[in-house]
Design a protein around this ligand. Sequence first.
Ligand code: FES
Ligand SMILES: [Fe+2]
Length: 377
Amino acid sequence: MDRALELNLIEELLGLREAKTHFLDQAIEFNSVDHYQSEIIFNEERESIFTRLPAVAAHVCEIPNPSDFVKREVAGRSIIVTRDAEGKARAFLNVCRHRGTQLVSEESGCKHRFTCPYHAWTYANSGELVSAPHLESGFPGLDKAQYSLKALQCDERFGFIWVVANPEVTIDFEQYFAPIADEAEALDLADMAIAREEKKVHKSNWKILVEGGLESYHFKVAHRKTIGPYFEDNLSSYQMLGDHMRSVLMRSSMHTLKELPTSQWRLRDHANIIYTFFPTTQLLVQQDHVVWINSRPVSATETELRLVTLAPTSRLEDDTYWEKNHRITSNTLNEDFVIGESIQAGLATGANEQMTFGRFEGALPEFNRVVKRYTSA
Ligand code: FES
Ligand SMILES: [Fe+2]
């Protein structure tokens, strides 16, 4: 992060604390509860957002070498993410071009060829159909070049392998990530590895789960038994970075910086920084590691979350330390996820027609504006 920006972010929050106020937007805002329940809106989001924008399929440490692969689901599609002989990351729909069988059933492995379990059509890990039993007699004139695996746009960036789930769509990754790229790069995520992880389907709309990470209004209440005491009450700021967002949640320790020269001010030590990479990836930047939250929207009312503690590779062996850290993160975030399920159940009663966002919850309507820009909602 640019040093002047880092100091500005700290000064802004210190100023708000001193003035005993909050980071306030212009006005109270609303969002119809349909956006969290309607399968019609969800399907639109799937078509216009999840299949068309980059989603993280894997961290680079999950396929470090040529021929390593993982099977993933993105926007309801099973995909294979692998590295070809040159080490280039590639992604394909996990579908045999003969009659559609899923090629790979294992979650991960190392193979330079994928052979279909039905009639053994075999593909190179760069996608080409290399052989098929009795090809000449059974399929005279078939142009093998037309039968490569369906490739998805795939890009290695900030330590992650990003894919676009619709093979007909290509986007300009450079441009899409430009407003957040420098800060994402500075996190050195490629030099980190998975220390701990967990995965669970929550009965909650994906946006409710994202929204839970965008405000600190709830910290002193919902997190009173975990991290609440370490944070200022309802003091956080946010900035849009294109479709993405940076949120800065002020720790109670930040005010002690006033006794130190600004040369010693380090935002990361006195705030939680959350980067929301639109639409489904959030990074929670902690003092010495990063928590990666990957969301996989399943339906209007269900979302699978993968919660990963990424630790610097050089410190990965400190098992007890990462176990302890991951437990704290998991316990805290699960407080949010349980509330997310409670909100979803609450909306289903019909008690509320809209979500009501206070002026210090301005990041939530901003996030929803990005969603609506991609859909006709
Ligand atoms: S469906 Fe894959 S080889 Fe026939
Ligand atoms: Fe929370």
